[in-house]
Each structure stands twice: as structure tokens, then as C-alpha cells.
Design a protein around this ligand. Structure first.
Ligand code: AMP
Length: 214
């Protein structure tokens, strides 16, 4: 089989999906389609859709399927995705996965990053994010060079509202109830690859690259 280029990241919040998707996108020269980043951009722009989405996001709830499916459908129409793409944070429900199927999109690989919940809670609580370029940091494990300033673009880094303790618990619940069933959904289709997300980011990237290039 040739190189896999239609990819999807799957895993609980804090597993490292965004970090890995960014790395794969730059190594492979294909776009990262992050619904979380797109929804945060909509929130920042103050659009009606952004305001509505923010009501769900800030509390840690999933944004309704129809909204998210609409956004992804638009992105997948772009000529940029002709050579492949990395879906990061979508699909997150069985309904969204079925919508992807009905768009005629057949994924080459679903990259499932697994990490224990207590590790995730620590990771998310210490996470800082740049809302301008999407880079993420961790106050202990991966701090920015200057406190609260993004290394990549110089903007301020913040703690996302949904990385606060109450919202983290809600997000974990949404993952267990709505997103985790996708593991079996894609395993049955024979396209699921598991990775141990407790490893270092470099180790996870190396393991993913060996699957993609096999
Ligand atoms: P993320 O950056 O992927 O953790 O996404 C942040 C938040 O955006 C999530 O907690 C949800 O509120 C919302 N979101 C992102 N992707 C989706 C999706 N596929 N379906 C529903 N909500 C989503």
C-alpha cells in the first residue's frame, strides 16, 4: 500500500492530537483540519456561529453535530486537500463519522492515541495555548521561553476556558460517552492504529510515521 494521506486523529482531550497533527502536517505537506481551532477562530471573530459555539465549548460540551459537520464539509471542498489531510478533533460522534462516510470520504488511517485519564487531567490543567497560531505549551513539561508569550508568533498565551477543572471533567465525560464509541466503529472497518500517548511526543510521532509510510 502507498503512503497513507487521508488521516484522522482520535483520542481523549489532552492526548496530543493537536501536537501530532501539526507535526504530521508539516512533515507531509498536507493541511491539518482542526475543528477546535476553527471553532475558536469563529468565537474570536464574534460571528453568530462563533458565539453560539462558545456557549458549548467554554463549558466543555460538544458543539452540535450539524454546526461542526457544516464547517468540515466546507474545508473538505477546498483544493488544498487534494493530496490528503489530517482531521484533528473530527469526527467526535458516530453521527459525524457517518456524515464523513456520506461525503464519500474514505480515511486511510485512524490514529488512536491512548492515555490514562489521570495523566490527561494533569496535562490539560497545565496547558497554555496561543489563540493566534494554535501552538500549545505546558507550564511544567513544555513552557514557552518567556512566560505567557508564544515562542512561535509572540502573541499572549492563555489557559483556555475549557482547560479549567470543571470543564475538563465535562470534556472527559463527552469523550467517554460520545467519542470513544468511534474506536470500535473504525476498528471494525480495519483502519484503526493504536498508539501509546504516554510516550514522549517524538516517540509518538516516530510510531505514527512508521504506520503511515509502511
Ligand atoms: P479541541 O481543541 O479539539 O479540544 O476542541 C475544543 C472544543 O471545541 C471541544 O471541547 C468542543 O466543544 C468543540 N469541538 C471541537 N471539535 C468538535 C467536534 N468534532 N464536535 C463537537 N464539538 C467539537
Amino acid at each position: 500500500m502507498g503512503k497513507k494521506t487521508k488521516l484522522m486523529m482520535l483520542g481523549p482531550p489532552g492526548a496530543g492530537k493537536g501536537t501530532q497533527a501539526q507535526r504530521l502536517a508539516s512533515r507531509m505537506g498536507i493541511p491539518q483540519i482542526s475543528t477546535g481551532d476553527m471553532l475558536r477562530a469563529a468565537k474570536k471573530s464574534g460571528s453568530e456561529m462563533g458565539k453560539k459555539a462558545a456557549e458549548y465549548m467554554d463549558k466543555g460540551h460538544l458543539v452540535p453535530d450539524q454546526v461542526v459537520i457544516g464547517i468540515v464539509e466546507e474545508s473538505l471542498k477546498s483544493p488544498d486537500v487534494a493530496d490528503g489531510f489530517i482531521l484533528d478533533g473530527f469526527p467526535r460522534t458516530v453521527e459525524q463519522a457517518e456524515a464523513l462516510d456520506s461525503l464519500g470520504i474514505k480515511l486511510d488511517a485512524v490514529l488512536n492515541i491512548q492515555v490514562d485519564e489521570d495523566v490527561l487531567v494533569k496535562r490539560l490543567g497545565g496547558r497554555r495555548a496561543c489563540l493566534t497560531c494554535g501552538a500549545t505549551y505546558h507550564v511544567e513539561h513544555n513552557p514557552s521561553k518567556e512566560e505567557d508569550i508564544c515562542d512561535k508568533c509572540g502573541s499572549e498565551t492563555i489557559q483556555r476556558d475549557d482547560d479549567k477543572p470543571e470543564a475538563i471533567r465535562t470534556r472527559m465525560g463527552a469523550y467517554r460517552g460520545k467519542t470513544a464509541p468511534l474506536i470500535e466503529f473504525y476498528r471494525e472497518r480495519g483502519r484503526l492504529y493504536d498508539f501509546d500517548g504516554a510516550q514522549s511526543p517524538d516517540e509518538v510521532t516516530a510510531a505514527i510515521m512508521s504506520v503511515i509510510e509502511e
